[in-house]
Design a protein around this ligand. Structure first.
Ligand SMILES: [Zn+2]
Length: 438
């Protein structure tokens, strides 16, 4: 085993093959504007999974499905009992999804494994390409059900009663789905039924504008935003727009402006890492000639540092109640809402250690890749490499713009090339990386 295996693995990536697969997948659920609508646990989802299996089968990858419908394609390695390295993402989309969100990580994972095999690189650990069930939460909320159950963050039956807009429960949809895939071997559920994986690596398109803005082709994620959500309720007093003097009004809309201005002050961040969003506002009675008696608005607050998340999140209530002198004594409140259990990466089991090392290795390999010219500077999609510590669930959602052109993305291979070295942790450093007791 040598340190050059990683570079060989990256070099063996077949960008054209990967691109053809991405485009083939994008036909399943295609919507106008080069987008995709492929909800989880639907016949369309199953069609996409069968297409994936049709590529994995001839490679000799062994498929299996767990109780949540997470689909795995296993490359054995010379030591099948060793903790596997897992790579992948999701195949479901939001109703107005793009062609690359999620599916890119699955197909890039498959491409990376195929490249390893075709380059004749013998791996010690098994490598598993995974497609997580309901990562997007577009049909059943919240998202990340499959990966959360895999990681043991929630019990497998936690979402049985969740209904889609048509009233179908998650349990019923999952039952139908597993019956349709009864020919695929079943496996235990993640760390609940078996050993933890050695590492998890995910290639994903960028969920924000930073790489594009900075002209970068690919990046390594160094943290995960923790998030806190709140529902703010501001009390006013209904009055007629034509008669009530301004000095006597208790106008909930005016208080909303004061509250948001005060919150903007609280959330100021010169480093521009913090994310603060007021995304939904409800005004009551919401008529043009009435003073508002009530306003409700949502707060979505994110930061990768737990200390910041706690300190500023905890200050929201006080800001609503008194961040401006005119807000005081009015009984305004901010009620926390469950934010899907998302915590900053550093707070999670496993810390940043192993995943961080994998990410660094992948980043090193990327730097060694030849930089190619970017043709068509308007291409909107960028690849991002995401490396998470073991036991973490991938986070998804965010911005995914459908591609503006049918042309092959010049850096579509970067993700597969990047994760390849991370999939062979024993080789890349030239020494065996083993867990204690393994
Ligand atoms: Zn995604």
């Amino acid at each position: 085993m040598s340190g050059t295996d990683g570079a060989k693995a990256a070099a063996a990536v077949d960008e054209a093959r990967q691109w053809d697969r991405l485009m083939e997948m994008a036909k399943l659920g295609a919507i106008p504007g080069e987008g995709v609508n492929r909800a989880c646990l639907t016949p369309l989802d199953r069609e996409a999974r069968r297409l994936l299996l049709s590529w994995a089968g001839p490679l000799g990858l062994e498929p299996s499905v767990d109780a949540l419908g997470n689909l795995f394609l296993r490359h054995r390695g010379s030591d099948p009992a060793a903790a596997p390295v897992i790579t992948g993402s999701h195949m479901d989309t939001q109703p107005n999804g793009g062609r690359f969100d999620g599916i890119y990580g699955v197909i890039a994972g498959l491409e990376a494994v195929q490249a390893l095999r075709e380059a004749g690189i013998a791996t010690r650990r098994p490598i598993e390409v995974v497609a997580w069930t309901n990562e997007e939460g577009g049909r059943f909320a919240p998202g990340c059900m499959g990966s959360m159950a895999y990681a043991g963050f929630r019990p497998a039956d936690a979402w049985d009663a969740v209904e889609d807009p048509e009233g179908t429960t998650f349990a019923a949809a999952l039952r139908e789905h597993l019956a349709a895939e009864a020919d695929i071997p079943r496996r235990g559920l993640g760390v609940v039924d078996g050993p933890a994986p050695f590492a998890y690596l995910e290639a994903h398109i960028e969920q924000g504008p930073r790489l594009e803005a900075e002209g970068l082709d690919i990046g390594v994620v160094t943290g995960i935003q923790g998030s806190r959500w709140f529902l703010v309720e501001l009390k006013g007093e209904s009055a007629h727009a034509g008669t009530a003097p301004l000095s006597l009004r208790r106008d909930a809309v005016q208080d909303m402006l004061r509250a948001i201005a005060a919150l903007n002050g609280l959330m100021e961040d010169p480093a521009d890492v913090l994310r603060f969003t007021v995304g939904r506002i409800e005004v009551s009675p919401n008529t043009s000639n009435s003073v508002a008696e009530r306003v409700r608005f949502t707060i979505d607050f994110r930061h990768p540092d737990k200390a910041v998340l706690l300190a500023r999140g905890d200050a929201i209530e006080a800001t609503i109640r008194g961040g401006d002198p005119q807000l005081r004594g009015k009984g305004h409140r901010a009620v926390p809402r469950p934010a899907g259990g998302v915590r900053p990466a550093g707070e999670r089991r496993g810390g940043a250690g192993r995943g961080g090392a994998g990410a660094r290795r992948a980043a090193d390999a990327l730097r060694r890749l030849p930089r190619r010219a970017i043709h068509g500077a308007g291409l909107p999609d960028r690849d991002a490499l995401r490396a998470l510590p073991q036991g973490d669930q991938p986070q998804s959602g965010g911005i995914c713009r459908p591609g503006a052109t049918g042309a092959r993305h010049p850096r579509a291979g970067a993700g597969a090339g990047g994760i390849g070295p991370g999939l062979i942790p024993d080789q890349a450093s030239g020494r065996a990386a083993a867990r204690p007791g393994e």
